[in-house]
Each structure stands twice: as C-alpha cells, then as structure tokens.
Design a protein around this ligand. Structure first.
Ligand SMILES: *Cc1c(COP(=O)(O)O)cnc(C)c1O
Length: 397
C-alpha cells in the first residue's frame, strides 16, 4: 500500500507517478474502483466513519479511490493543496460558485469566457442573488473599476477562446487580493503542462477535463483546484451534498490522460504555431490570432506566464460568413465540431456556433467577426492539416 512521495519531482514525473495508492494486488497500472459504496468491518467502524472520527471511504458521492487518484495527481500538477473532481467542466464551475458564494455577493467575469459559463451566471446564479459584471479580459483597470465592496470572486479564462487574448495573472491576482477578492482561472486551454495559475497568485483553478486532460474526446469531467479550506472543505461540501461527482471510469481515463499531457500539449503547440505561421503567409488570410506569433500584442506576456502557446488559434478571411463557411466546408480531414482538445483537429465558425447566442453588437465588441474561423489543432501531420485548409483558402484568392 505504498504511495509515491512527491518530494521535488518535475511535472512530467508527477504526471506519471503522483496520486495513486497501489493495492495489495501489486498492480502496475492504476486500478479502477467502480463501486458505489464501501463496507465496514463492524457497526462500530461504520459509526466512526459516518461520524468523521475515522477516515475512509463511505460512498462514491463522497470519495472514491480512482477519483481521488485523479484529484491528487491534478492537484500536484497544478501545485494546489486540494482538488475536487466533477462530472463536467460546468459542474466544476457550479460547485465553485455554490461552495464559495452566497446571495448578495458580486463577481466580476471576463467577457470572453466559455458560452455556457455566461449562461450559468446570467440565467441561474442571478436567480439566487449573485450579481455579475463583465469586463474586458486584459484591461486591469476595468477589473479594478468593476470591483465593489461585495465583490467576492474574479473569474477569467486565459488565453481566451477563440482570439487568444491574455491577462497578466500575477497582476490581476494582486488587484484581487488588495480588495479581498478571490481569483479563479479556467485553465482549460493551457492545462498545467503549459501554465500553472496558482504559481502566479491565482486562488482557484477550474478545468474542463473533457478537453486536453482526456485529450482524445472520450469523457466529460471537470475539476476545481485550490487550497484545503476553500476547495477541500467548501467546494467539496457542496459537491458531496449535491452530487455532480466524477464517475470512477471517467476518472481513470483522465488519470491516464494526465500521464501523456505534457507530450500532447507540446505537440499541439508545435502544430498550432506551424499552422499559425503558414496561415499568416496565405494571401486569403487577413489576420491570425495566436499568442505564439511574434506580432501578437501579448506575445511577451505569453512567454512570461506560459511554457507553450497551446493548440487553439483562429484566423480571419475576407468575404465574411460565406467565405469562412466555404473554407470550413472544403475540408475533408478536419472535423466540423465545436469541441477542442482532441487528437483530431476541429474547425468551427464561432459567430454562428459557440458565439451564436450573442447579439451582433456583443459579437462585434468581442471581436468575433463573420469571417473568423477557429481551429483547435490536433496531432495529425501538420502538412495534412495545411493541405486540408488550403483546399478552401486557395479558392478564395
Ligand atoms: C468546455 C469548456 C467548459 C465546460 O466544460 P464541460 O466539460 O463541457 O462541461 C468550461 N470552460 C472552458 C474554457 C471550456 O472550453
């Protein structure tokens, strides 16, 4: 029943080794524990477990060994004290909000967050008396100006999807802490392989494990990482009462996904940078949005707070919607889907899919033009991805 000690190991080692407690069977690969409940040696032990006097598993809505292994490994990779795994990325955001906020609290959120996150905030959280303000992600002055005496939380995604805008996490954390506000960063696009927000001063990290942590488009899951009090007690307390917990099967898939995360993120980043440079040189492309390009306005910040630029980029073509759609429709290899973080490259038209619910004015304010195409670059050979995009782009000239 030995457990790997973290000590001073590097991220790659932690990703492969941390978090799992080998059973008496001596298995080398991590076992799955698909069990809803756990048995006790005696009535007295059951009472002690339920009473909290003796540690141990009771029921898989509370704890499960496979889920715990994933939680411990991800916590170690993000550098957090505690992690709770959830049924989806949205369940992670919900659990964080429900665990930490109460009626009368205010939160500030960046405009450019995942669409369903804004639905959760604007349609549901407001019903329970939580107020929300939106600001431009990189505008530190706007975050400060939006802060009120009852502000409890800042929430952002960096880099943003699909335009690759960044915020200086350390600077935003300083503003948050001056005002006694917590900073939560949705680290879905970078993952801990490329960016560790807690090391820059953030208090909480959110994950949609559905994306790069799985990395092969198989399972839904999510996680909240942070300190032992807020995440280990308050967020966990909501989760065990409300129940959107991660299944042991999914936890096992994500646990194994973490082992190759750094290799995959490196390759996603290499492919995306090569594609961004190739697109920039194509005459039909007017703009490429990718923090890895030297001309990106926040390229230096990306170098400072990320160890890679990630797998998501977008580009614009002349000719608006019809031109963008024709580039998408000419592809034969790329998958036309709004998902991201898969080995398979995906392509989508943000203005009519992920950002379709926004008003035209909101889209314009956020830079989501009709000619914008997003590509979540997968692990296929870069030449094949380029050839597939050239089919439509070459017709536009
Ligand atoms: C997909 C996504 C989510 C939601 O995750 P689900 O697993 O689909 O619930 C949240 N944030 C970001 C940035 C995402 O891309």
């Amino acid at each position: 029943m030995q457990e790997f000690e973290l000590n001073d190991y590097a991220l790659e080692t932690i990703a492969v080794r941390a978090g799992y407690r080998r059973t008496a069977e001596g298995e080398h690969s991590e076992a799955i524990f698909p069990t809803s409940s756990f048995v006790f040696a005696s009535a007295g032990e059951a009472a002690a477990r339920f009473g909290g006097e003796s540690p141990g598993n009771i029921y898989s809505r509370f704890t499960n060994p496979t889920v715990r292994a994933f939680e411990r490994r991800l916590a170690a990779m993000e550098g957090g004290e505690a992690c709770v795994a959830t049924a989806s990325g949205m369940a992670a955001i919900l659990a964080m909000l429900m665990g930490l906020l109460r009626s009368g609290d205010h939160l500030v959120c960046s405009h450019s967050v995942f669409g369903t996150t804004t639905v959760l905030l604007n349609t549901y959280m407001v019903r329970f008396g939580v107020e929300v303000s939106y600001v431009s992600l990189s505008d530190l002055g706007a975050w400060k100006a939006a802060t009120r005496p009852n502000t409890r939380l800042y929430f952002c995604e960096t880099p943003s999807n699909p335009l690759g805008e960044l915020v200086d996490i350390a600077a935003l954390a300083r503003i948050a802490h001056e005002h006694d506000v917590l900073l939560a960063v949705d680290n879905c696009l970078c993952t801990p392989a490329l960016q560790r927000p807690l090391a820059h001063g953030a208090d909480l990290v959110i994950h949609s494990a559905t994306k790069f942590l799985d990395g092969q488009g198989r399972c839904l899951g999510g996680a909240v990482v942070g300190d032992a009090e807020r995440v280990g007690k308050e967020v966990y307390g909501f989760l065990r009462s409300a129940g959107p917990t991660m299944s042991p099967f999914n936890a096992w898939v994500f646990l194994k996904g973490l082992e190759t995360l750094h290799l995959r993120m490196r390759e996603h980043s290499t492919n995306a940078l090569a594609l961004a440079r190739w697109l920039r040189a194509h005459p039909a492309v007017t703009t490429v949005h990718y923090p890895g390009l030297e001309e990106h306005p926040q390229h230096a910040l990306a170098d400072a707070q990320q160890s890679g630029y990630g797998g998501v980029l977008s580009f614009e073509v002349h000719g608006g919607r019809s031109a963008a759609w024709s580039v998408i429709d000419q592809t034969r290899l790329l998958s036309i889907t709004a998902n991201l973080g898969d080995t398979k490259t995906t392509i989508t038209h943000p203005a009519t899919t992920t950002h379709g619910r926004l008003t035209p004015e909101q889209r314009q304010a956020q830079g989501i033009t009709e000619g914008l195409v997003r590509v979540a670059v997968g692990l296929e050979a870069i030449g094949d991805i380029q050839r597939d995009l050239a089919r439509g782009l070459d017709l536009l000239q």
